[in-house]
Design a protein around this ligand. Structure first.
Ligand SMILES: Nc1ncnc2c1ncn2[C@@H]1O[C@H](COP(=O)(O)OP(=O)(O)OP(=O)(O)O)[C@@H](O)[C@H]1O
Length: 608
């Protein structure tokens, strides 16, 4: 593992995420609805206003239809054109006004919706970022970072869709149906019910076609996941693919995933083909016209209604199925937003690293691991009963086979995770009793993966100590043996780096982060020795830079190649999470135990 680089993270106090209600806890749907309500709370007034304006716009949009129906009725029933004229002009004015009012109201609704959208997203982003700042760092190293990316992009997009689009679609669709149906009821309730039967049948067919959706969706999503994993694998490993000629094998995997996706889609489509066709049938204006005509003719023939009475159903009724489409789409948006809100809420409720009520400040920089135990899963211990003291100015190396617990033990110092047993003390103070700011500013972490920000070289180094002068930044760069390289960059210290430090080699990027660590000048250094596992030239420079960094500090180094730590003050040999041996290099060699075996194996490997 190992992912971070030199860090003195700034932390913010946990933010007040409104608590969940007790009834929610066991019910996922309630959790999601509650989550959405909590996220919308800061903008609920705008949210409601937007809904009301959309509803009013839909009601105003109904007026032109009503006008057409009433004009037709007036023209067909008036004894002469002149007699119909006043009614006709009145309805022309009402219809025109309605159309204009609809546009104005839609404009306002969209304005309020987008304002609420921007406010809500800002609020969620700020809260998420604050929460991310207090979630234990270990979580990011395991499953967390992928989830964060998804939440910060896809889930926020779903919330945007809800407030900026789905809300308007749902209220407008529902209002159009209610107002239209109300008017038709007013004209003739029997014909109104018959007209409404068409969209009702469409809804029924829709529900049937969607019934099996969750099962199919799970299969489709799984297949999509395999397609994207195969694509990423192919893109990430393109050099291996080409070098070893395994193009065909990876493409086979991709092809199998695509075939599975097609098969899943085909099964679903064939299962819902009849209900989908019915959906299309009932969602068509022609169907409404046919039904209204047939029923209307029946009533006219029976002498119950006149042809003029049928007109409103032909004009207004035809629009009812069209109003259902946005309602259905909006409902889908609502469902997705509920799921997204659930995930956002889960992240906002992720347990924060407990901060001490009364933080203490260490008096020295010696480190004491006192019977430290840690388990990732609560069942097996990755580190068990480890005790050691590390004095300032000394180097303690953690060695052991792969999986022995070296990285885990080192991660407990900066509280990436909290110990599950025992304690870690720095300067006599339990790390859990220090504020995270004090703790993290007392140590620098130099791990394998180098994280650079998209910023100038100067600012990338200055992260180590915000407020450091340009000269101090240069001094640190000189000490880290990277000054000359920086000077040769196109804009020297003002060159803007990208996230992968474009233009710098692996060793140069590492020396840049070591310069950052030197500038931070923290008294404790936790170091992954793999940092120095570079080409021989780069290694010498990195080793020199590291020597400057660790001089006089309390150093804990995770060691993989034993010759680099042969001069360490003490070597802690871990096996299965427990301390197998402890001592200096000569003492451990003389003991002829695990360390001596590892040493001999590496020596033989090196000379082989
Ligand atoms: N995030 C994690 N979640 C669950 N288990 C983990 C996690 N990280 C490590 N482990 C497990 O904890 C044990 C110790 O792993 P750790 O990475 O600390 O060993 P290591 O000595 O650093 O190994 P290596 O030299 O290969 O890096 C292993 O069994 C490993 O599988």
């Amino acid at each position: 593992m190992t992912t971070t680089d030199t860090t003195t993270a700034e932390r913010t106090a946990p933010l007040d995420n409104p608590p969940r209600g007790p009834a929610e806890e066991d019910n996922p749907t309630l959790v999601r609805v509650g989550a959405a309500a909590r996220l919308l709370r800061p903008v609920r007034r705008h949210f409601i206003t937007c809904g009301v304006l959309s509803a009013l716009a839909a009601a105003a949009g109904f007026l032109p239809y009503l006008a057409i129906a009433e004009i037709a009725r007036a023209v067909l029933t008036a004894p002469s054109a002149a007699a119909a004229a006043p009614t006709v002009w009145t309805w022309v004015a009402i219809g025109g006004l309605g159309a204009m009012l609809r546009l104005v109201l839609l404009g306002f609704s969209s304005h309020v919706g987008h304002y609420a959208d921007a406010e809500m997203l800002r609020d969620i982003r700020v809260r998420l970022v604050r929460r991310l700042g207090v979630i234990p760092l270990g979580w990011f190293r395991s499953a967390g970072s992928g989830q964060v990316k998804k939440t910060m992009t896809d889930d926020l997009e779903e919330m945007h869709q809800l407030i900026a689009h789905a809300l308007g679609e749902i209220t407008a669709g529902a209002t159009a149906i209610l107002v239209g149906f109300g008017y038709l009821l007013f004209v003739d309730w029997r014909m109104a019910l018959i007209t409404l039967a068409v969209p009702a049948m469409m809804l029924l067919a829709y529900r049937v076609s969607m019934r099996s959706m969750p099962a199919h969706m799970a299969r489709l999503l799984a297949a999509e996941g395999r397609i994207s994993a195969a694509s990423v694998e192919y893109a990430d490993g393109i050099s291996v693919v080409k070098a070893f000629g395994i193009n065909g094998r990876l493409l086979d995997r991709f092809g199998a995933a695509v075939r599975e996706h097609t098969a899943a889609m085909r099964t679903w489509v064939s299962e819902v083909r009849y209900s989908s066709a019915l959906c299309q049938l009932f969602n068509s204006e022609v169907t409404v016209l046919a039904v209204v005509f047939a029923a209307g003719l029946g009533f006219v023939t029976a002498g119950e209604l006149t042809f003029v009475d049928i007109l409103p159903f032909l004009v207004v009724g035809v629009g009812l199925p069209t109003s259902l489409t946005p309602l259905i789409q909006g409902n889908q948006g609502l469902r997705k937003a509920r799921m997204a809100a659930g995930r956002i809420d889960a992240l906002l409720n992720r347990e924060a690293l407990p901060e001490p009520a009364e933080p203490r400040t260490p008096t020295g920089h010696d480190i004491e691991l006192d019977r430290v135990t840690f388990s990732y899963d609560g069942a097996t211990n990755a580190v068990e009963d480890v005790s050691v003291r590390c004095q300032p100015g000394t180097v303690t190396a953690l060695v052991g086979p792969s999986g022995a617990g070296k990285t885990t033990l080192a991660s407990l110092l900066p509280r990436f995770y909290d110990v599950t047993g025992g304690a870690i003390r720095i300067g006599g103070v339990d790390v859990r009793d220090m504020s995270s700011e004090t703790l993290l500013s007392s140590m620098t972490l130099v791990f394998q993966d180098v994280a650079l920000l998209r910023d100038t070289v100067t600012e990338n180094i200055r992260i180590g100590r915000p407020g450091a002068s340009d000269e101090q930044v240069r001094e640190a760069a000189r000490a880290a043996q990277i000054h000359d390289v920086i000077e040769r960059l196109p804009q020297g210290y003002d060159t803007v780096l990208d996230a992968v430090g474009g233009g710098l080699s692996g060793g140069e990027r590492q020396r840049l982060t070591i310069a950052r660590a030197i500038l931070a000048a923290a008294p404790v250094v936790v170091l992954d020795e793999a940092t120095a596992a570079l080409d021989p030239d780069g290694e010498a420079a990195v080793q020199d830079a590291l020597a400057t960094l660790i001089a006089g500090k309390t150093v804990i180094v995770i060691a993989h190649r034993l010759h680099t730590i042969a001069s360490a003050d003490q070597i802690l040999v871990l096996e299965g999470g427990r301390v197998a041996e402890v001592g200096s290099h000569p003492v451990l060699l003389a003991r002829n135990g695990l360390y001596a075996r590892m040493w001999r194996a590496q020596q033989n490997g090196d000379t082989a």
